[in-house]
Write a protein that binds this ligand. Sequence first.
Ligand SMILES: [Zn+2]
Length: 344
Amino acid sequence: MRIKVITCLLSCIVFNCIVPSAMYGDPKNLNQQEDIMERQRLLEKMETLTGIPWAYLAAIDQYERNIKRSRRHTKKQDPGLIAITIPPNKWCGILNPDQEDTSPASIRFFGGMGMDGDGDKKADPNNAFDVLYSMTHFLQERGVSKDDIRIGLWDYYQHPVAVDVITHLAKIYTVFHTMKLNERSFIMPLRSDYSYHNTWGDRRGFGGLRIHEGTDIFADYGTPVLSTSYGYVELKGWNRFGGWRLGIRDGQNNYHYYAHLSSFKKGIKQGSVVKPGDVIGYVGSSGYGPPGTSGKFPPHLHYGMYKFNGLTTYSFDPYPYLKSWERKAWRKLRAGQKHRRNHG
Ligand SMILES: [Zn+2]
Protein backbone atom coordinates (compact mmCIF):
# COMPACT_ATOMS: atom_id res chain seq x y z
CA MET A 1 0.00 0.00 0.00
CA ARG A 2 2.75 2.39 0.98
CA ILE A 3 4.57 1.80 -2.27
CA LYS A 4 1.37 2.42 -4.17
CA VAL A 5 0.77 5.71 -2.38
CA ILE A 6 4.33 6.80 -3.02
CA THR A 7 4.09 5.80 -6.67
CA CYS A 8 0.85 7.71 -7.09
CA LEU A 9 2.23 10.72 -5.27
CA LEU A 10 5.34 10.58 -7.37
CA SER A 11 3.43 10.37 -10.61
CA CYS A 12 1.22 13.28 -9.56
CA ILE A 13 4.25 15.39 -8.69
CA VAL A 14 5.93 14.35 -11.88
CA PHE A 15 2.89 15.09 -13.98
CA ASN A 16 2.29 18.52 -12.51
CA CYS A 17 5.87 19.64 -12.39
CA ILE A 18 7.73 18.29 -15.32
CA VAL A 19 5.65 17.16 -18.24
CA PRO A 20 6.93 19.80 -20.63
CA SER A 21 4.45 21.86 -22.54
CA ALA A 22 6.20 21.06 -25.81
CA MET A 23 5.26 17.43 -25.37
CA TYR A 24 1.76 18.36 -26.42
CA GLY A 25 2.91 20.45 -29.33
CA ASP A 26 4.10 19.24 -32.68
CA PRO A 27 7.57 17.82 -32.07
CA LYS A 28 8.57 18.68 -35.64
CA ASN A 29 8.21 22.38 -34.85
CA LEU A 30 10.75 22.14 -32.10
CA ASN A 31 14.18 23.31 -32.85
CA GLN A 32 16.42 20.27 -32.51
CA GLN A 33 18.74 21.93 -30.00
CA GLU A 34 15.85 23.15 -27.87
CA ASP A 35 14.45 19.66 -28.06
CA ILE A 36 17.68 18.25 -26.62
CA MET A 37 17.72 20.81 -23.80
CA GLU A 38 14.09 20.13 -23.00
CA ARG A 39 14.77 16.40 -22.88
CA GLN A 40 17.73 16.96 -20.58
CA ARG A 41 15.69 19.10 -18.18
CA LEU A 42 13.01 16.42 -18.03
CA LEU A 43 15.57 13.71 -17.32
CA GLU A 44 17.33 15.80 -14.67
CA LYS A 45 14.04 16.20 -12.83
CA MET A 46 13.48 12.47 -13.16
CA GLU A 47 16.86 11.96 -11.47
CA THR A 48 15.84 14.22 -8.59
CA LEU A 49 12.70 12.15 -8.07
CA THR A 50 14.09 8.64 -8.52
CA GLY A 51 17.86 8.70 -8.04
CA ILE A 52 18.55 7.26 -11.51
CA PRO A 53 21.22 9.59 -12.98
CA TRP A 54 19.83 11.61 -15.91
CA ALA A 55 22.87 10.68 -18.00
CA TYR A 56 21.79 7.02 -18.05
CA LEU A 57 18.24 7.92 -19.07
CA ALA A 58 19.69 10.18 -21.76
CA ALA A 59 21.96 7.35 -22.93
CA ILE A 60 19.05 4.90 -23.16
CA ASP A 61 17.05 7.46 -25.11
CA GLN A 62 19.94 8.18 -27.49
CA TYR A 63 20.63 4.47 -27.98
CA GLU A 64 17.00 3.82 -28.95
CA ARG A 65 16.89 6.96 -31.09
CA ASN A 66 19.77 5.60 -33.19
CA ILE A 67 18.14 2.21 -33.54
CA LYS A 68 14.95 3.83 -34.78
CA ARG A 69 16.87 5.92 -37.26
CA SER A 70 18.84 2.99 -38.62
CA ARG A 71 15.83 0.74 -39.14
CA ARG A 72 14.39 1.56 -42.49
CA HIS A 73 10.67 1.23 -41.72
CA THR A 74 10.75 3.93 -39.07
CA LYS A 75 13.17 6.25 -40.81
CA LYS A 76 10.58 8.90 -41.64
CA GLN A 77 8.97 9.05 -38.20
CA ASP A 78 10.15 11.59 -35.70
CA PRO A 79 10.43 9.74 -32.38
CA GLY A 80 9.62 12.93 -30.48
CA LEU A 81 10.90 14.01 -27.09
CA ILE A 82 11.50 10.51 -25.73
CA ALA A 83 12.54 7.81 -28.21
CA ILE A 84 12.33 4.78 -25.92
CA THR A 85 9.94 2.05 -27.09
CA ILE A 86 9.00 -0.74 -24.71
CA PRO A 87 7.72 -3.81 -26.62
CA PRO A 88 4.23 -5.21 -25.74
CA ASN A 89 5.47 -8.39 -24.04
CA LYS A 90 7.62 -6.34 -21.67
CA TRP A 91 5.00 -3.63 -21.22
CA CYS A 92 1.97 -5.86 -20.58
CA GLY A 93 3.70 -8.96 -19.23
CA ILE A 94 4.65 -11.92 -21.38
CA LEU A 95 1.72 -14.08 -20.14
CA ASN A 96 -0.82 -11.27 -20.38
CA PRO A 97 -3.47 -12.42 -22.92
CA ASP A 98 -4.12 -8.77 -23.77
CA GLN A 99 -0.96 -7.49 -25.41
CA GLU A 100 -2.57 -4.06 -25.76
CA ASP A 101 -3.41 -3.83 -22.07
CA THR A 102 -3.27 -0.30 -20.61
CA SER A 103 -4.71 -1.08 -17.18
CA PRO A 104 -1.97 -0.52 -14.59
CA ALA A 105 -3.57 -3.09 -12.25
CA SER A 106 -3.74 -6.00 -14.69
CA ILE A 107 -0.34 -5.15 -16.17
CA ARG A 108 1.09 -5.35 -12.66
CA PHE A 109 -0.71 -8.65 -12.11
CA PHE A 110 0.99 -10.16 -15.18
CA GLY A 111 4.39 -8.77 -14.19
CA GLY A 112 4.54 -6.20 -17.01
CA MET A 113 6.63 -3.08 -16.56
CA GLY A 114 4.09 -0.61 -17.97
CA MET A 115 3.06 2.12 -15.52
CA ASP A 116 1.09 5.32 -15.47
CA GLY A 117 3.50 8.22 -15.36
CA ASP A 118 1.24 11.16 -16.18
CA GLY A 119 -1.63 10.41 -13.79
CA ASP A 120 -4.36 9.59 -16.37
CA LYS A 121 -4.89 6.10 -14.83
CA LYS A 122 -3.68 4.46 -18.04
CA ALA A 123 -0.35 2.80 -18.72
CA ASP A 124 0.03 3.78 -22.36
CA PRO A 125 3.13 2.51 -24.23
CA ASN A 126 2.67 5.33 -26.76
CA ASN A 127 2.75 8.02 -24.10
CA ALA A 128 6.31 9.28 -23.77
CA PHE A 129 5.89 10.10 -20.14
CA ASP A 130 4.44 6.70 -19.18
CA VAL A 131 7.34 5.09 -21.04
CA LEU A 132 10.03 7.16 -19.34
CA TYR A 133 8.45 6.64 -15.96
CA SER A 134 8.17 2.85 -16.48
CA MET A 135 11.78 2.55 -17.64
CA THR A 136 13.06 4.59 -14.70
CA HIS A 137 11.03 2.50 -12.28
CA PHE A 138 12.34 -0.73 -13.84
CA LEU A 139 15.92 0.42 -13.20
CA GLN A 140 15.19 1.90 -9.79
CA GLU A 141 13.89 -1.48 -8.55
CA ARG A 142 17.40 -2.89 -9.09
CA GLY A 143 19.15 0.03 -7.42
CA VAL A 144 20.76 3.29 -8.50
CA SER A 145 24.51 2.56 -8.29
CA LYS A 146 26.54 2.11 -11.51
CA ASP A 147 26.66 -1.67 -11.01
CA ASP A 148 22.94 -1.85 -10.24
CA ILE A 149 22.16 0.10 -13.40
CA ARG A 150 24.36 -2.21 -15.49
CA ILE A 151 22.35 -5.15 -14.13
CA GLY A 152 19.11 -3.32 -14.93
CA LEU A 153 20.29 -2.62 -18.48
CA TRP A 154 21.28 -6.25 -18.93
CA ASP A 155 17.89 -7.44 -17.59
CA TYR A 156 16.17 -5.14 -20.05
CA TYR A 157 18.25 -5.42 -23.25
CA GLN A 158 19.92 -8.85 -22.83
CA HIS A 159 22.64 -7.68 -25.22
CA PRO A 160 26.23 -6.93 -24.13
CA VAL A 161 26.74 -4.26 -26.81
CA ALA A 162 23.62 -2.41 -25.68
CA VAL A 163 24.78 -2.43 -22.05
CA ASP A 164 28.27 -1.19 -23.00
CA VAL A 165 27.11 1.49 -25.43
CA ILE A 166 24.59 2.92 -22.96
CA THR A 167 27.12 2.89 -20.13
CA HIS A 168 29.68 4.69 -22.32
CA LEU A 169 27.21 7.28 -23.58
CA ALA A 170 26.22 7.94 -19.96
CA LYS A 171 29.87 8.58 -19.08
CA ILE A 172 30.24 11.12 -21.91
CA TYR A 173 27.10 13.00 -20.82
CA THR A 174 28.22 12.91 -17.19
CA VAL A 175 31.67 14.33 -17.94
CA PHE A 176 30.38 17.20 -20.11
CA HIS A 177 27.12 17.75 -18.14
CA THR A 178 25.18 17.92 -21.39
CA MET A 179 23.72 15.90 -24.25
CA LYS A 180 24.40 18.74 -26.65
CA LEU A 181 27.55 17.28 -28.12
CA ASN A 182 27.14 17.84 -31.84
CA GLU A 183 30.37 19.76 -32.35
CA ARG A 184 32.88 18.14 -34.71
CA SER A 185 36.51 18.67 -35.58
CA PHE A 186 38.52 17.88 -38.69
CA ILE A 187 40.76 14.89 -38.13
CA MET A 188 44.18 16.59 -38.56
CA PRO A 189 45.56 20.09 -37.99
CA LEU A 190 44.62 22.14 -41.08
CA ARG A 191 48.20 23.34 -41.55
CA SER A 192 49.64 19.82 -41.67
CA ASP A 193 50.49 18.23 -44.99
CA TYR A 194 47.72 15.72 -45.63
CA SER A 195 45.70 14.44 -48.57
CA TYR A 196 42.74 12.16 -49.02
CA HIS A 197 40.18 11.16 -51.59
CA ASN A 198 37.17 8.91 -51.52
CA THR A 199 38.40 5.33 -51.10
CA TRP A 200 35.14 3.96 -49.73
CA GLY A 201 34.42 0.45 -50.98
CA ASP A 202 37.82 -0.10 -52.68
CA ARG A 203 39.01 -3.68 -52.64
CA ARG A 204 41.75 -4.69 -50.21
CA GLY A 205 43.86 -7.84 -50.61
CA PHE A 206 45.47 -8.39 -47.21
CA GLY A 207 43.85 -11.13 -45.12
CA GLY A 208 41.44 -12.26 -47.81
CA LEU A 209 39.33 -10.07 -50.01
CA ARG A 210 37.82 -7.23 -48.01
CA ILE A 211 36.03 -4.06 -48.92
CA HIS A 212 37.64 -0.87 -47.72
CA GLU A 213 35.46 0.46 -44.88
CA GLY A 214 36.71 3.98 -44.43
CA THR A 215 38.82 6.82 -45.76
CA ASP A 216 42.63 6.87 -45.90
CA ILE A 217 44.21 10.21 -45.04
CA PHE A 218 47.84 10.32 -46.15
CA ALA A 219 50.24 12.37 -44.03
CA ASP A 220 53.77 12.22 -42.64
CA TYR A 221 54.80 10.03 -39.72
CA GLY A 222 53.96 11.75 -36.47
CA THR A 223 51.23 14.08 -37.78
CA PRO A 224 48.76 14.54 -34.90
CA VAL A 225 45.45 12.72 -35.23
CA LEU A 226 42.54 14.65 -33.70
CA SER A 227 39.34 13.23 -32.29
CA THR A 228 36.53 14.27 -34.64
CA SER A 229 33.91 14.18 -31.87
CA TYR A 230 33.16 14.07 -28.19
CA GLY A 231 33.54 10.48 -27.15
CA TYR A 232 34.50 7.56 -24.98
CA VAL A 233 37.57 5.46 -25.83
CA GLU A 234 36.18 1.94 -26.12
CA LEU A 235 39.17 0.32 -27.74
CA LYS A 236 42.92 0.77 -27.71
CA GLY A 237 45.52 -1.71 -28.89
CA TRP A 238 46.81 -3.83 -31.76
CA ASN A 239 44.98 -5.54 -34.57
CA ARG A 240 46.75 -7.30 -37.46
CA PHE A 241 44.86 -5.24 -40.06
CA GLY A 242 44.66 -1.92 -38.26
CA GLY A 243 47.94 -1.95 -36.34
CA TRP A 244 47.83 0.41 -33.37
CA ARG A 245 44.29 1.69 -33.34
CA LEU A 246 41.65 3.46 -31.28
CA GLY A 247 37.88 3.04 -31.24
CA ILE A 248 35.83 5.94 -29.91
CA ARG A 249 32.06 6.01 -29.26
CA ASP A 250 30.55 9.48 -29.72
CA GLY A 251 27.55 11.05 -27.97
CA GLN A 252 25.22 10.15 -30.87
CA ASN A 253 26.28 6.49 -30.72
CA ASN A 254 28.54 6.53 -33.78
CA TYR A 255 31.75 4.55 -33.48
CA HIS A 256 34.94 6.13 -34.86
CA TYR A 257 37.89 3.93 -35.79
CA TYR A 258 41.42 5.38 -36.14
CA ALA A 259 44.04 2.90 -37.43
CA HIS A 260 47.71 2.46 -38.46
CA LEU A 261 48.91 4.91 -35.77
CA SER A 262 52.63 5.18 -34.98
CA SER A 263 51.78 5.85 -31.33
CA PHE A 264 48.99 6.97 -29.02
CA LYS A 265 48.73 10.31 -27.27
CA LYS A 266 50.16 9.90 -23.77
CA GLY A 267 47.47 9.26 -21.20
CA ILE A 268 44.85 7.97 -23.67
CA LYS A 269 43.44 4.71 -22.38
CA GLN A 270 40.32 2.62 -22.58
CA GLY A 271 37.64 4.60 -20.72
CA SER A 272 39.15 8.03 -21.48
CA VAL A 273 36.71 10.73 -22.52
CA VAL A 274 37.77 13.07 -25.34
CA LYS A 275 36.43 16.16 -27.08
CA PRO A 276 36.60 17.33 -30.71
CA GLY A 277 40.11 18.43 -31.66
CA ASP A 278 41.88 16.54 -28.84
CA VAL A 279 45.09 14.87 -30.02
CA ILE A 280 44.56 11.12 -29.62
CA GLY A 281 47.54 9.67 -31.52
CA TYR A 282 49.99 10.13 -34.39
CA VAL A 283 50.01 9.02 -38.03
CA GLY A 284 52.04 5.91 -38.80
CA SER A 285 52.07 2.78 -40.95
CA SER A 286 51.47 0.10 -38.33
CA GLY A 287 49.59 -3.08 -39.17
CA TYR A 288 49.38 -5.92 -41.70
CA GLY A 289 51.21 -8.32 -39.40
CA PRO A 290 51.99 -9.25 -35.78
CA PRO A 291 52.23 -6.52 -33.10
CA GLY A 292 54.84 -3.92 -33.99
CA THR A 293 54.73 -4.50 -37.77
CA SER A 294 55.20 -1.21 -39.58
CA GLY A 295 56.21 0.21 -42.95
CA LYS A 296 54.32 -2.22 -45.21
CA PHE A 297 52.55 0.74 -46.84
CA PRO A 298 52.98 4.53 -46.88
CA PRO A 299 52.07 6.30 -43.62
CA HIS A 300 48.40 7.21 -43.42
CA LEU A 301 45.46 7.30 -41.07
CA HIS A 302 42.64 4.91 -41.77
CA TYR A 303 39.39 6.41 -40.48
CA GLY A 304 36.16 4.42 -40.30
CA MET A 305 32.68 5.25 -38.99
CA TYR A 306 30.18 2.69 -37.73
CA LYS A 307 26.67 2.47 -36.31
CA PHE A 308 25.03 -0.22 -34.18
CA ASN A 309 21.40 -0.94 -35.08
CA GLY A 310 20.51 -3.03 -32.04
CA LEU A 311 21.65 -6.29 -33.60
CA THR A 312 24.77 -5.67 -35.65
CA THR A 313 27.38 -3.03 -36.32
CA TYR A 314 27.69 -1.64 -39.85
CA SER A 315 30.00 0.86 -41.48
CA PHE A 316 29.11 3.97 -43.44
CA ASP A 317 31.17 6.30 -45.62
CA PRO A 318 33.09 8.91 -43.59
CA TYR A 319 34.35 10.82 -46.65
CA PRO A 320 31.50 13.37 -46.97
CA TYR A 321 31.72 14.05 -43.23
CA LEU A 322 35.47 14.65 -43.38
CA LYS A 323 34.96 17.06 -46.28
CA SER A 324 32.31 18.99 -44.40
CA TRP A 325 34.32 19.16 -41.13
CA GLU A 326 37.35 20.32 -43.09
CA ARG A 327 35.36 23.10 -44.78
CA LYS A 328 33.90 24.22 -41.45
CA ALA A 329 37.32 24.22 -39.80
CA TRP A 330 38.76 26.45 -42.55
CA ARG A 331 35.80 28.80 -42.30
CA LYS A 332 36.24 29.03 -38.52
CA LEU A 333 39.97 29.66 -38.88
CA ARG A 334 39.44 32.47 -41.43
CA ALA A 335 36.67 34.03 -39.33
CA GLY A 336 39.06 34.02 -36.35
CA GLN A 337 41.83 35.68 -38.40
CA LYS A 338 39.45 38.34 -39.69
CA HIS A 339 38.23 39.00 -36.17
CA ARG A 340 41.80 39.42 -34.90
CA ARG A 341 42.63 41.80 -37.78
CA ASN A 342 39.58 43.93 -37.04
CA HIS A 343 39.99 43.97 -33.27
CA GLY A 344 43.74 44.27 -32.95
ZN1 LIG B 1 42.22 2.44 -45.00
